[in-house]
Design a protein around this ligand. Structure first.
Ligand code: TYM
Length: 328
């Protein structure tokens, strides 16, 4: 059997450059040499209680963007989490071998529950159990490799712990998953401060028009100590430079580094080059997404086919799990 790759992505509106560089690029590459399975995790998205209409639209939008980025239904499986009911059933079973203490230590839970409390909102049990559902997603497919950005590593470590605990109680059944990070494991947003994310509003959207990206770059943070064009800059203190490293060719990055230090290049020009580099990646994705917009049945049928393939694997594993734990 080919080794399996699994990953999940939330349908949060528009996917951004951080998603692409940190994870989706690896999803695309891993279609070769692995059996690759990718899931749009709409049930995870419920933890932020999105508007139902919006959630439905966002699921389609995420699928369209993933296909536009290069996922090919012939080479991989793309499906929607809620189309495969085994995920939530397995999550319940796994939650019974997951330590409350371990879940309490998840930094994403701490961040999100702090955010909820500061807004006077309650902290849902769904938010607390989120990593258990994530574990179920992965182990249902006995995936060995999980391409993710750095923010998900703690969740994958938890998944390994849950698998070990299940094995201790019920015997070997699953595969312990390994996170696979890309060099761009943590892309900062244009504020230069926080991880790029839709919720922070500091993102470059993958389908965002070039003009709009240009406007965002124009006001993006650079090396704050460089006040005037003639001042030398320090690339290592500049988020624009750090973005260049993932999207601009190496010789050009080296030139920018040297020229910035000797004030040979200004921030405006440097941002212009970055805009062009982003467009080299995003332009073809946008074009393909527009084609898919005109042929939504391609996206729908990919998800339908994906659900059939995913259900087949998931049902088999769930049958084994039920047997092991004594549910039949
Ligand atoms: P999500 O939807 O927040 O992000 C999808 C993927 O994009 C990566 N990512 C980033 N990488 C680098 N820099 C950034 N600024 C950046 N922002 C996002 C994320 O690390 C992720 O790989 N809990 C997961 C979804 C999930 C999942 C799974 C992942 C559910 N089940 C099973 C793997 C396996 C999440 O919220 O990702």
């Amino acid at each position: 059997m080919q080794r399996r790759v699994f990953s999940g992505i939330q349908p949060t509106g528009s996917l951004h450059l951080g998603n692409y560089l940190g994870a989706i690029q690896n999803y695309v590459a891993l279609q070769d040499g692995y059996e690759a399975i990718y899931c749009i995790v709409d049930q995870h998205a419920l933890t932020i209680r999105p508007d139902p209409q919006e959630l439905r639209a966002n699921v389609f939008e995420a699928a369209r963007t993933l296909l536009a980025c290069g996922l090919e239904p012939k080479r991989c499986t793309v499906f929607v989490q809620s189309h495969v009911p085994a995920h939530t059933e397995l999550a319940w079973i796994l939650s019974c071998v997951t330590s409350f203490g371990d879940l309490s230590r998840m930094t994403q839970f701490k961040d999100k529950s702090d955010q909820a409390e500061s807004k006077g909102e309650f902290v849902s049990a769904g938010l607390f159990g989120y990593p258990v559902l994530q574990t179920a997603d992965i182990v249902l497919y006995k995936a060995a490799v999980v391409p993710v950005g750095e923010d998900q590593v703690q969740h994958i470590e938890l998944a390994r712990e849950v698998v070990r605990r299940f094995h201790t109680v019920y015997g070997e059944l699953f595969v312990e998953p390994q996170a696979l990070l890309s060099p761009a494991k943590r892309i900062l947003g244009l504020d230069g401060q926080f991880k790029m994310s839709k919720s922070r509003g500091n993102e470059i959207g993958l389908l965002e028009p070039a003009e709009s990206v240009k406007k965002k770059l124009a006001v993006a943070k650079t090396d704050e100590k460089r006040k005037r064009r003639q001042d030398p800059g320090e690339p290592n203190d500049c988020n624009i430079y750090s973005l260049h490293q993932y999207v601009t060719d190496r010789a050009e990055v080296a030139r920018i580094e040297t020229e910035c230090r000797r004030a040979g290049i200004g921030c405006v020009e440097c941002k212009g080059i970055l805009g062009a580099s982003v467009e080299r990646i995003a332009g073809p994705i946008r074009a393909r997404a527009a084609e898919l917009d005109a042929q939504p049945e391609i996206v729908r049928s990919a998800l339908k086919e994906g659900a059939v393939k995913a259900n087949e694997i998931a049902q088999k594993t769930l049958g084994e799990v039920r047997e092991r734990v004594g549910l039949r």
